[in-house]
Design a protein around this ligand. Structure first.
Ligand code: F6P
Length: 546
């Protein structure tokens, strides 16, 4: 284990610090003028994904220093330990093996002496059998009707991946079926999800690793009530509910036959689980063959991450660039803008993946770090984003590194839209990098008084990620790219990217407040004065104190 507190004292860190001071405000204009071929040299490709990172504020020296940092932090050894199934999630004493979820049948990966690959494929086979029965109409609801509507109930990692993948892969989805997702404990989420649906043709997939999550269990109970009351039959549950979980006992208690449960394992983190049984709704939508293609895409990126030298390794490069801006430039955020409307939920998916993984303030030895860790991730699809917040990227006073993601071939039949879309992506990367100077504006005849207001300083860094088309395979590779990017950052910062203790506090406090809100009689409140007053106002306005 590397010393977290020592990170800023290491040779490679100090070298980067000096280099950063020397580079100063070196502009991308300058860097491109000095090396006109950098657009061809600062690129890498792996698993059919192309990364142009030339529009970053780096030189060849920056790159070699970042690679040296990765080596000094033991990236290769830590990566190999993860792939081998070592218990690198030390605070929970768990292996971290989402890569086993997409390993081929012929692979062998041991956890506590047991080969987990046959277990993974046994679940995949069961998912396939079930998905085929639902999709071809052999699986019937309690009234004998086939299934038309699938509702995934889950939250966090048990929701964001399935919804993101469904939206991304809509062109591959069974068009005669409806797929909806319920996550929020706000009753409006459930109400809207079932609006207009025939319960006799509706299947609920209750997705929860623990099967104890308040939001999911509340929504699952509501779903059961909705179904039983609408169909007037208690026995409806067995043919309209399936579960995805690691907790067979709780699934049984809920009343779902464990024969209709699809399992996974404690070595799959929630935010790393969309390619486990948590992807059941994805498989129901796109079919088993496309799901396997998606797994192949994940695996191709795993192999790239495992084999490519750091200098050419996409996830490692992206992770190191994040460290460069986060720790040396003080950038607080990364914008992710997919130029693909199907990827509209990809930024939200990445928020959990990155911020739950790397939002940590202690190192692996439990000591407070003296450097910044995970950046804030945000974003919306282009071109919509251009008409809302891009103004701040172009003329605000903040450094905002961005990832722009695009595809060369559209899947929509309206193919003439695609050149317009991609022209915008390329143009935005160009504008962010090079901006517009006062001289250029004057030469174009801009009125002098307007010139300062029209100048764009540029120098905003971008990674441009390009792939052929948004297919299941590409989506798998893209997600794995970010998973390993997050891993790389965590290794440099020497943190546990696989636990999430910080989310516990809010859950505990909410459980204490729930009875204070539902009680018919005014409760004794002993929170701080702000929380007490808010609870009183809430109770007053909802009429609880009458
Ligand atoms: O609250 C955070 C979290 O534990 C996530 O890590 C997880 O993805 C989510 O809740 C849902 O958990 P579960 O799948 O156990 O319902």
């Amino acid at each position: 284990m590397t010393d977290g507190l020592g990170l800023t004292k290491t040779q490679s860190w100090q070298a980067l610090k000096t280099h950063h001071e020397q580079m100063g405000q070196a502009s991308l204009r300058q860097l491109f003028a000095e090396d006109p071929t950098r657009g061809e040299s600062f690129c890498a490709e792996g698993a059919s994904i192309f990364l142009d990172y030339s529009k970053n504020r780096i030189t060849a020296k920056t790159l070699s220093l970042l690679v040296a940092l990765a080596r000094e932090r033991g990236l290769e050894a830590r990566r190999d330990a993860m792939f081998r199934g070592e218990k690198i999630n030390i605070t929970e004493n768990r292996a971290v093996l989402h890569t086993a979820l997409r390993a081929p049948r012929s692979a062998s990966i041991l956890v506590d002496g047991r080969d987990v690959v046959p277990d993974v494929h046994a679940v995949l086979d069961r998912m396939e059998g079930f998905a085929e029965r639902v999709r071809d109409g052999r699986w019937r609801g309690c009234t004998g009707k086939s299934i038309e509507n699938v509702i995934n109930i889950g939250i966090g990692g048990s929701y964001l991946g399935p919804e993101m993948a469904y939206l991304a892969l809509c062109p591959f989805s069974r068009q005669t079926m409806n797929f909806r997702f319920v996550s929020n404990v706000d009753g409006a989420d459930f109400t809207e999800a079932v609006r207009g649906l025939d319960p006799a043709r509706t299947l609920f997939v209750i997705s929860s690793k623990t099967f104890t999550t308040l939001e999911t269990m509340t929504n699952a109970m509501t779903a059961r009530q909705w179904l039983v009351e609408s169909l007037g039959r208690e026995d409806a549950v067995s043919s309209h509910f399936v579960a995805v979980s690691t907790n067979a006992a709780k699934v049984g208690e809920f009343g779902i036959d464990t024969a209709n449960m699809f399992g996974f394992w404690d070595w799959v983190g929630g935010r790393y689980s969309m390619d486990s049984a948590i992807g059941l709704s994805t498989m129901l939508a796109i079919g088993p063959e496309n799901f396997k293609e998606m797994l192949a895409g994940f695996h191709a990126m795993d192999e790239h991450f495992r084999a490519a030298p750091i200098e050419k390794n996409l996830p490692a490069l992206m992770g190191l660039l994040t460290v460069w801006y986060n720790n040396f430039f003080g950038a607080q955020t990364i914008g992710v803008m997919p130029y693909a409307s199907g990827l509209k939920r990809f930024p939200a998916y990445l928020q959990q993946l990155q911020m739950e993984s790397n939002g940590k303030h202690v190192d692996l030895d439990g000591r407070f770090v003296d450097y910044q860790t995970g950046p804030i991730i945000w974003g919306e699809p282009g071109t919509d984003a251009q008409h809302s917040f891009y103004q701040l990227i172009h003329q605000g006073a903040k450094l905002i590194p961005c990832d722009l993601i695009g595809f060369c071939r559209p899947l929509s039949p309206l193919s003439h839209h695609h050149d317009l879309l991609m022209a915008n992506m390329f143009a935005q990367a160009e504008a962010m990098a090079f901006g517009k100077t006062a001289e250029e504006l004057a030469a174009e005849g801009s009125p002098a008084f307007q010139t300062p207001f029209r100048v764009c300083n540029g120098n905003q860094p971008t990674n441009v990620i390009l792939a052929e088309a948004l297919t299941p395979k590409t989506l798998g590779s893209l997600v794995a790219l970010y998973e390993h990017n997050v891993f790389t950052q965590g290794v440099v910062w020497n943190i546990d990217s696989f636990d999430q203790w910080g989310v516990e506090l809010g859950k505990v406090l909410a459980n204490r407040i729930i009875p204070e809100l539902v009680s018919d009689t005014a409760p004794q409140l002993d929170h701080d004065s702000s929380t007490n007053a808010l609870i009183q106002r809430y109770r007053g306005l909802k009429g609880a104190n009458r």
